[in-house]
Design a protein around this ligand. Structure first.
Ligand code: FES
Length: 576
């Protein structure tokens, strides 16, 4: 079937440059001020490259150069590139947490594209929140858009042993505290764990979200698995530049390829790769932007059916570089068989079924079959009970199987500082059977729902050999983390949720097979505690933080701003 092609006068940018009036004279004379002639831009699709490069984002260090490689493709295909810098969101550097600013990037992406003469968009990101932020903005703006994933860095290395971002940081930090490695070992690990530009190379939030973005249809086939320093990466960037120009002529918008089926595919991939729990919040938020009704129950249903088949840390053994050499995301999708709806469309104009045809697994220990999974317990379980009336999540595949059914007395920390001050106190009344509970870590409480959910094991227990315990919070956890950590408890403590009412000594029950998280206090006692509860003071008297606190939704709704998911269509800007 031939695709109808737009005419130049139907381009969005035509309103800026193509008409004959005073304003367009100004626009044309100003583009000429930059040294461009009419032949460079007139009648061509103008492509906004939303680039999250910055000097402080280690994972995006190459995106400055990659943007030039994207531009090369845009020029080749007869488009006109304009690079639009956006907030960079370096995961480890931005405080108090990048999650405070994901919606900022989403809003910025949407408004950059709306306010400029963009006919299409190239979205450049990968470090954790940048992928969902860019895609949420693009879904709301709904002009032709393609995602160029930053790609994972090379695997870390220490004394001949591979090191994984985050996962091995937590592991060796615990060993250092337990006294089983030396300070010199720790310093050597610091030098070996981050060897190149690119995102974390475990299946953390970055690799998970890049895989999800590709499966949703937003990236060229196989793009999300390419290591950032591999020469295939700039070739993919240039090909993406060429493709977006064609997408503009074809008028292929996110609403044409992002469907319920593509979300179901993306959730299946999230489970199969043993994806980050952060993806839950981002999937819910992206689906809302696409006006597709996805709930925690939908995620749980797919999680029950799809096992983890990517043998990548933290659920497995290998790293993203190995995953790429084993074939990457395309053969993983093939392995998923009927869990994937092959009819879902993608940015290259083909279906996902067409894009993965013939893709082969080159190492069946890295990319497993459904019959030989890495884990059968699943990458996600959604829990409910009187401790989490609106839900909570856990990643069973990264937890100690012995703890997936556990009851124990709570040891409650009222906030992060309380936890930091008391966790290693030798007098802390805690045993390996205790359940550690952290309050004030949610969207309002953190604020911004920081990654505090992998609470440290108390030092005295570490020295006894304990490496995992049941831990509960309204926070998130890094996708590179592991442990029996119940996360995203909703409603959060800072809005009066039961997790804020629990006291040290209450008996908490975690029952993952039956999807339960409960505490042994009666409804009457819970109501009594709620009546005595005092709301915390707001963190921010003014500024962006005040907007965040006023409008952010709870974790089970995706933590987007209510005004960004409201109904209605925003008109194109008037050009006066
Ligand atoms: Fe950027 Fe992990 S710090 S992806």
């Amino acid at each position: 079937m031939s695709v109808r092609r737009k005419k130049p006068e139907e381009l969005r940018s035509h309103r800026w440059y193509g008409v004959d009036d005073l304003r367009s004279f100004g626009h044309r004379s100003r583009i000429k001020q930059m040294g461009y002639a009419s032949e460079d831009y007139a009648g061509k699709p103008i492509i906004g490259i939303v680039n999250t490069w910055s000097d402080i984002n280690q994972c995006h260090a190459h995106l400055r150069v990659r943007a030039e490689e994207v531009k090369r493709g845009i020029w080749q295909a007869g488009g006109f590139p304009i690079e639009l810098p956006a907030i960079s969101l370096s995961e480890p550097v931005v405080k108090p947490t990048t999650m405070l600013y994901r919606n900022f990037l989403a809003m910025e992406t949407e408004e950059l594209l709306r306010s400029h003469p963009c006919d299409g968009a190239v979205l450049m990101g990968g470090c954790d929140k940048t992928t969902p932020g860019l895609i949420m903005g693009a879904l709301s703006m709904n002009i032709p858009s393609i995602f160029v994933p930053a790609g994972p860095m090379l695997r870390g290395m220490w004394r001949g042993k591979p090191l994984g971002s985050g996962s091995d940081t937590w592991k060796y930090w615990a060993e250092l505290r337990a006294g089983t490695i030396t300070r010199q070992d720790w310093d050597e690990i610091e030098n070996g764990i981050s060897r190149s530009f690119g995102t974390c190379m475990t299946m953390g939030t970055a690799a998970t979200m890049m895989s999800i973005a590709e499966t949703l249809g937003f990236a060229l086939p196989g793009a999300s698995s390419i290591p950032a320093p591999d020469s295939n990466h700039p070739r993919m960037a240039t090909a993406s530049g060429r493709r977006i120009v064609e997408m503009v002529w074809e008028d292929l918008k996110p609403s044409d390829f992002v469907t319920r089926a593509s979300f179901n595919n993306a959730i299946a991939v999230d489970m199969a790769v043993g994806g980050s729990t952060n993806a839950v919040v981002h999937i819910l938020a992206m689906a809302k932007r696409a006006r597709i009704d996805i709930t925690l129950a939908d995620l749980d249903e797919i999680a029950k059916k799809v096992p983890v088949i990517a043998n990548v840390r933290p659920s497995g053994t290998y790293l993203m570089e190995d995953f790429y050499y084993a074939g990457g995301i395309r053969p993983l999708l093939v392995q998923l068989g009927s869990h994937i709806d092959g009819s879902a469309k993608t940015v290259n104009g083909k279906t996902i079924g067409e894009n993965i045809k013939g893709a082969q697994v080159y190492n069946d220990d890295v990319i497993r079959s459904l019959n030989n999974p890495v884990s059968n317990v699943g990458a996600l379980a959604v829990l409910h009970g009187n401790l989490a009336p609106d839900g909570a999540v856990i990643k069973p595949s990264a937890a100690d199987p012995k703890l997936l059914k556990h009851s124990g007395p709570a040891v409650v920390f009222k906030d992060y500082n309380d936890m930091a001050a008391r966790m290693d106190d030798p007098n802390l009344d805690v045993t390996a059977d205790s359940v550690l509970v952290l309050q004030s870590g949610g969207p309002h409480g953190g604020p911004g729902m920081p990654e505090w959910g992998m609470l440290p094991i108390p030092k005295k227990l570490l020295q006894q050999g304990v490496r995992d315990m049941v831990r509960i919070s309204d926070s998130r956890m890094s996708g590179t983390s592991y442990g029996t950590c119940v996360l995203h408890v909703a409603p959060e403590s800072a809005v009066g949720g039961p997790i804020g009412l629990i006291k040290t000594g209450d008996i908490v029950t975690l029952d993952v097979p039956n999807r339960v998280l409960s505490v042994n206090i009666s409804d009457a006692e819970m109501a009594k505690r709620k009546a005595a509860w005092v709301a915390p003071k707001p963190h921010y008297p003014r500024g962006y933080g005040a907007i965040f606190a006023k409008h952010v939704t709870q974790a089970n709704e995706g933590c987007d701003f209510d005004f960004l998911t409201a109904e209605g269509t925003i008109p194109e800007p008037e050009i006066h």
